[in-house]
Design a protein around this ligand. Sequence first.
Ligand SMILES: NC(=O)C1=CN([C@@H]2O[C@H](COP(=O)(O)OP(=O)(O)OC[C@H]3O[C@@H](n4cnc5c(N)ncnc54)[C@H](O)[C@@H]3O)[C@@H](O)[C@H]2O)[C@@H](O)CC1
Length: 529
Amino acid sequence: MKRKTFELYTALMQRIDPLGPSLPLYDSQASRAIEQRAAARLPPHTLMERAGQAVARLARAWQPHARAIVVLAGSGNNGGDGWRAATLLQRTLGPLGAHVHVWSLGAAERQPPDARWAREAATAAGITHGAAPPPWPPDLVIDALLGLGLSRPVEGPWARALDWLQHCPAPTLCVDVPSGLDADSGRWWAAAPVRPRGPRITLALLTLKPGLFTGAGRAACGEALWFDDLGVASGADDLAPRAWTTPSAHWPDVAALRAAHDSHKGARGDVLVLGGQPAPAGGGVGMTGAAILAARAALRAGAGRVWVALPAAASYIPAFDAGAPALMLRSGDAAFADALHTRAVVVAGCGGGAAMAPWLPRLLQEAPRLVLDADALNALGPVAATQASPDTIWQTRAQRGWTTVLTPHPAEAARLLGCDTAAVQAHRLHAAEALAQRLQAVVALKGSGTVVAAPDATPYVNTSGDGLLATAGTGDVLAGLIGARLAAETDGRTPEMEQRMVAEAVAAHGALAQAWKRAWPPAANDLIA
Ligand SMILES: NC(=O)C1=CN([C@@H]2O[C@H](COP(=O)(O)OP(=O)(O)OC[C@H]3O[C@@H](n4cnc5c(N)ncnc54)[C@H](O)[C@@H]3O)[C@@H](O)[C@H]2O)[C@@H](O)CC1
């Protein structure tokens, strides 16, 4: 399709840019409220007509040569959108030799009024339909099986249809929410693979939902996420978003650093990385590299001075890091003796192993700006067990206006919450919020669509990054970036600012992966080379 025609077809919709501005995300309850309000002031079926048109337009823009089209339509309004799109596609593409077939599931008599209207209009227009896929191979599939209404496991014929959908090699356009995905949480409700076999895009309607961006959401949506607000964007003014997507990655701001001609290294902020057990000969497990990665990342992101404190005797501390000679290496004991932890932003944990446990109580009591990662998180449980009232330390830190950031991956979050990893992944926003509330801290729950939560605040869900980040050491890089982001702001700050700063660092971390252009995948150090 010519570029101009593509732009014409998609003019009223927006392709979501993973590095774009922060957008509000509405859960199913708010989305339904917005829908009901809009429906009340518009002529009957207007929203479904607009939804069907949007789907048909994007289908034609994306796959202009498709002539064998299957629409999987469920029994709710998501299916209604599919029926409507089928009619509109048959009307415009039929004269060009196209055939549109609806594979319909669920009882027609239980359909909501809009969906019934769309189905009846389709059958009156002669659209073929049945309870099975057509015998011919499709060159375009429209998934309108389950949308906002899914909140239980997909079983029986629905599960078989979903399995077909996930294994189908044909390009697939998902309507509103990929079938199988929970719109609120990003949980995957089906046994079918989350990662579809063929090319796939998703068109969100009316609102963007949090589940599209976290957990299984990114993989389920496919290569691109499009959004059409159906002309009722203003309907949500008084409704609180469930979350926001992360702000665009405007940090590190190289131009601002250049413009600060009268600046000096002290003004850029200090970071102290505590971690990196030495090799077995030095009494550790050989994780020095983790601390080095975090420290290099902090330096790369603009921190003025970065120290690495290793849990080893002075004789085991490397003289310097040949890859980043600006790093200052010393023993943990020396760093504490200098009270560095009271002045710098402390990034603790990265490869620290069991050596973190003895340091942790002191850090919690004395370090005003603390990022706890990996082994520091693992050490929290044993440390808390030795305290009479484990929650007091978090309250005290908050009352002093001190900063605490935790960066757990799902298994670490599960350990801290006393549940299993599956429970965290099924409710990523809730899990991050619960941890933030309990520990009075900013929590970055890692994984696809990192959630950045803070006490009594609306969480951010990160949109940047991709599967390239699934390799050893990228978590250490993230911890270092968060440290540098917090260190860059030396003036007064609010909890909201801190949450936003962590979200910016998370967004910048994802942007590193997206900027990777070479044929071979990057190791963690390549991302900050
Ligand atoms: N009413 C309208 O005009 C509009 C509707 N919209 C569409 O409507 C959708 C929401 O519609 P609904 O609320 O009807 O929800 P859905 O169409 O997502 O699903 C509801 C139906 O699916 C069934 N169902 C749920 N979970 C199931 C499972 N695991 N196995 C089998 N069946 C299951 C329910 O019993 C119900 O019959 C949105 O996702 C969107 O696509 C939007 O286009 C906005 C406009």
